[in-house]
Design a protein around this ligand. Structure first.
Ligand SMILES: Cc1ncc(C[n+]2csc(CCO)c2C)c(N)n1
Length: 220
């Protein structure tokens, strides 16, 4: 039997290709992504990261394997990489003030993505929720590895790319892949199907996160 993450990767491949080719990513690499669009992305991603951390904690609470618990609690504390620190620097460099953050509500696609992850945990299972978290690590790591080859002429975009290509981040991604494989191996076929669906849906939300930022999506 191939590992469950191999078939997840295959199922999500068309969505991932669309992410690799999304104008947000192309322009980030070329250096002509409008600063306003990157600012929009960062303000929305802040909601995502906050919920992502909380979700790690909640999933860890429901999982019995001490090894998996430890990884997820560390993820909740942001120990895997300096993503949170890098973001603080970005906010300063782009003069995103607390007042501006306060005045920015979560946008439709960020809201749906986060809701999907809580749904997988509370109406599904810890294994489905872990599968829903995986594209976040894995897709960003693949994007980092692709973009690092040419980099970006814009310093802040280069810093963004560096975060996701770092050794620490690659290690965390591989660890998360292993965790999902372990949970998949212990699951029955219905549960495995649910895990794959959760993974593909998160891949869809990842793709549309770029679109949301590119179009500065609003509720009204
Ligand atoms: C929409 C969205 N998806 C994925 C990431 C990347 N990311 C968020 S948390 C985390 C794990 C460890 O920090 C990673 C890789 C992002 N920033 N925003």
């Amino acid at each position: 039997m191939p590992e469950i993450t191999q078939s997840m990767h295959q199922l999500a491949e068309p969505l991932w290709q669309e992410s690799f080719n999304h104008p947000f990513i192309k322009e980030l690499a070329a250096g002509n992504l409008p600063t306003d669009t990157f600012r929009y992305y960062l303000k929305q991603d802040r909601y995502y990261l906050q919920n992502f951390g909380d979700l790690h904690k909640q999933i860890a609470d429901h999982i019995s394997s001490p090894k998996i618990k430890e990884f997820l609690y560390a993820g909740a504390e942001g120990l895997h990489d300096d993503e949170a620190d890098v973001r603080k620097t970005f906010f300063q460099e782009l003069a995103i003030t607390p007042a501006e953050i306060e005045a920015t509500p979560i946008a439709p696609n960020a809201y749906s993505y986060v809701s999907h992850m809580y749904h997988e945990l509370h109406e599904g299972s810890p294994a489905r929720a872990a599968a829903a978290l995986l594209p976040c690590y894995w897709l960003y790591n693949e994007i980092g590895k692709k973009l690092i080859k040419n980099g970006s002429p814009v310093k802040i975009y280069q810093q963004f790319i560096d975060t996701y290509d770092s050794d620490g981040f690659t290690d965390a991604t591989n660890e998360m892949i292993k965790i999902v494989d372990e949970l998949g191996a212990a699951a029955n076929s219905d549960e495995q199907k649910g895990m794959k669906t959760a993974f593909v849906r998160s891949s869809w939300f990842e793709l549309h996160f770029w679109g949301m930022a590119y179009e500065h999506q609003q509720w009204a």
